[in-house]
Design a protein around this ligand. Structure first.
Ligand SMILES: NC(=O)C1=CN([C@@H]2O[C@H](COP(=O)(O)OP(=O)(O)OC[C@H]3O[C@@H](n4cnc5c(N)ncnc54)[C@H](O)[C@@H]3O)[C@@H](O)[C@H]2O)[C@@H](O)CC1
Ligand SMILES: Nc1ncnc2c1ncn2[C@@H]1O[C@H](COP(=O)(O)OP(=O)(O)O)[C@@H](O)[C@H]1O
Ligand SMILES: [K+]
Length: 551
């Protein structure tokens, strides 16, 4: 796990280090500029020898300061450099001004202008050092025009221009992963495509920021390299502990990395799925999955099969009596019991049940609401040292659309809600994608988790998990973890079953950590299967995925 910082957290770390006298802002800027050059030359070794041409756009803050350092370092290597400044040199912050003045001893600075840029020879390296963590509002028009991806594409033509972004492509908000857009006139076309240049390589300093991993960030940043600028930060190691949920106010990336370094997968997520040696099937937990009526059982069956593959000792599918025959035709290792209503459920779900999964294919209405209430009241009895884990997905969520508060009155710390954006909007309309505005997806899910009093997992290419109190995690199915073929009907049912199966094991870690591991494994199964995947393939990929966790 590695931390994803907000801009404010990054600034606080820098300031604390500078205030402690360990380092100066100027030294940090020099390291940032040098680190960016080193990262670019490592990415494009053909630039590491000989003289090339760079165009460097600098902004009015410290991001621009990094740009002036880069200009100086590349000039020292014999390169031709064109530097453009957006803003007034006299108003640059002190460290950036010093680097501006150092640069002007070697070269010129031209006010940033679209035509002046195009009049220059095409560069081999284009450096965007206009705005980084300090972006506060949409890009001004003149700058947006200069950075417009479409214009850039035409300009690049057949000449290979490598695009390097310092901290981020300018225009990206590093807290939200969104591209702030100017206010539109009412009569303007609703479909607004922001003008924005993308990078091939983005260098981030000290740590990844949230915006690199959520929203539009992954699409516009290209590869993100973290450059160490010698900040120790606070106790980053402690905060990245695996097996413990993240601290409040902290966000971490769900990936086998530990403070920027790769971590063997046997440590994580291997430790979350390992079974104790020996043991009876009941020692590995009993999952009950509630399913829908005749012709609607597929979703529940997939969730049940996944829970069993995940390692639960037993899995029982409960279905309405009239769906018994259909389910019996499909199930073998998964056990099957008829269950007409919530009263019957209370009789059947004994105290050896350690996890319950409700929602997929159940149908929307009072019957499902009654099942959900009964499930949330289920107790593991005197022998259980913790409450039953309850996973609520799909229809179990939508059934409470009219009055979500009645659901939140019963949810508890061992409950996980797993909505996609549509289901999330029904339970938390004010936090929906359409209403979120400047609120990041992470903060929206944090508020939702506080309101619901339980873990909330909001699915998507960027999946966000939060628990009451603020600790949150992000899984990003982008870059080398891109699995567009996971956007297939039933993939969510499988995830619900996977969480239930892992959480059922009495030796499983904290529920938040189980949910993190499930999201990673779900993506990993899709990744290892590859294109052509259908949801039913996912549970049967788990043994292969587990076998790769031994290393
Ligand atoms: N402070 C430090 O010691 C270090 C800072 N570093 C760099 O500094 C950057 C952060 O510097 P800053 O906090 O100065 O922020 P930025 O350089 O990202 O931008 C801040 C400036 O841009 C203006 N601005 C923001 N949005 C604007 C918009 N839409 N239109 C016009 N002007 C706009 C602000 O008024 C401010 O003048 C990081 O991204 C990183 O690149 C690195 O050098 C590492 C060390
Ligand atoms: N393009 C994508 N890339 C990666 N993961 C995706 C993508 N689209 C969907 N997913 C994942 O697939 C699952 C789909 O779940 P859901 O929307 O509930 O589908 P369903 O209701 O059909 O089961 C979620 O875990 C989601 O994060
Ligand atoms: K930038």
């Amino acid at each position: 796990m590695t931390e994803l910082l907000t801009s404010a957290q990054m600034r606080a770390i820098e300031l604390a280090e500078i205030d402690s006298g360990v380092v100066t802002g100027l030294q940090l800027m020099e390291r940032a500029g040098r680190g960016a050059v080193a990262a670019a030359l490592a990415r494009w070794p053909e630039l590491a020898t000989g003289a090339h041409r760079a165009m460097i756009l600098c902004g009015p803050g410290n991001n621009g300061g990094d740009g002036f350092v880069i200009a100086r370092r590349l000039k020292d290597r014999g390169w031709d450099i064109d530097v453009f400044l957006f803003g007034d040199a006299e108003k640059l912050p002190p460290d950036a001004k010093i680097n501006h003045d150092l640069w002007t001893e070697q070269g010129t600075v031209t006010p940033l202008d679209h035509d002046a840029m195009r009049a220059c020879g095409k560069p081999d390296l284009f450096v965007d050092a206009v705005f980084g963590t300090g972006l506060t509002r949409p890009l001004p028009d003149a700058l947006a025009d200069a950075l417009d991806a479409e214009v850039m594409r035409k300009w690049r033509g057949s000449h290979k221009i490598r695009r390097l972004a310092i901290d981020c492509p300018s225009g990206l908000n590093l807290d939200t992963g969104m591209l702030p857009q100017p206010d539109k006139d009412e009569d303007e076309d609703a479909l607004f495509v922001p003008k924005m240049n993308c990078a091939d390589l983005t260098v981030a300093f000290h740590s990844l920021k949230l915006g690199h991993k959520i929203g539009m960030g992954p699409a516009v940043c290209g590869t993100v390299e973290v450059v160490d600028i010698g900040l120790t930060g606070e106790d980053a190691t402690e905060r990245s502990m695996i097996g413990l949920p993240p601290d409040r106010e902290r966000v971490r990336l769900i990936d086998p990395i530990f403070v920027q370094k790769p971590l063997p997968t046997r440590f994580w997520p291997g430790s979350c799925v390992a079974k104790e040696v020996g043991g009876h099937k009941y020692d590995f937990g009993h999952v009950m999955v509630l399913s829908g009526g005749p012709g609607r059982g597929g979703a529940g069956r997939m969730a049940a099969r996944t829970a069993l593959r995940a390692g639960a000792g037993l899995v029982t599918l409960l279905c309405p009596p009239d769906a018994l025959q259909e389910n019996a035709c499909h199930l073998n290792a998964v056990m099957l019991r008829p269950c007409a209503d919530a009263d019957a459920f209370r009789q059947i779900a004994d105290d050896r049940v350690t996890a319950l999964c409700l929602g997929p294919g159940m149908g929307v209405g009072p019957g499902t609401r009654a099942f959900v209430r009964a499930a949330l009241a289920h107790s593991g009895g005197d022998r259980a040292w913790r409450e039953t884990a309850i996973v609520l997905d799909a229809d179990a969520l939508i059934s409470f659309e009219e009055n979500p508060a009645t659901l939140f009155a019963d949810t508890h710390a061992r409950t996980v809600l797993t909505p996609h954006e549509g289901e999330f909007a029904r339970l938390f309309p004010d936090l929906s994608q359409a209403e979120r505005g400047d609120l990041s997806k992470v903060d929206a899910v944090r508020i939702a988790a506080d309101r619901a009093g339980c873990i909330v997992l909001l699915k998507g290419v960027d999946t966000v998990i939060a628990q009451p109190g603020g600790g949150a995690s992000v899984h990003s199915a982008t870059g080398p973890r891109s699995v567009p073929w996971l956007a297939t009907a039933g993939a969510g049912d499988v995830l619900a079953g996977l969480i239930a199966g892992l959480a059922a094991m009495p030796t499983s870690p904290d529920l938040f950590c189980v949910v993190e591991a499930a999201v990673w494994l779900h993506c990993e199964a899709a990744l290892q299967f590859g294109p052509g995947l259908i949801a039913e393939d996912l549970p049967d990929m788990l043994p292969k995925v587990f076998s790769t966790l031994a290393t």
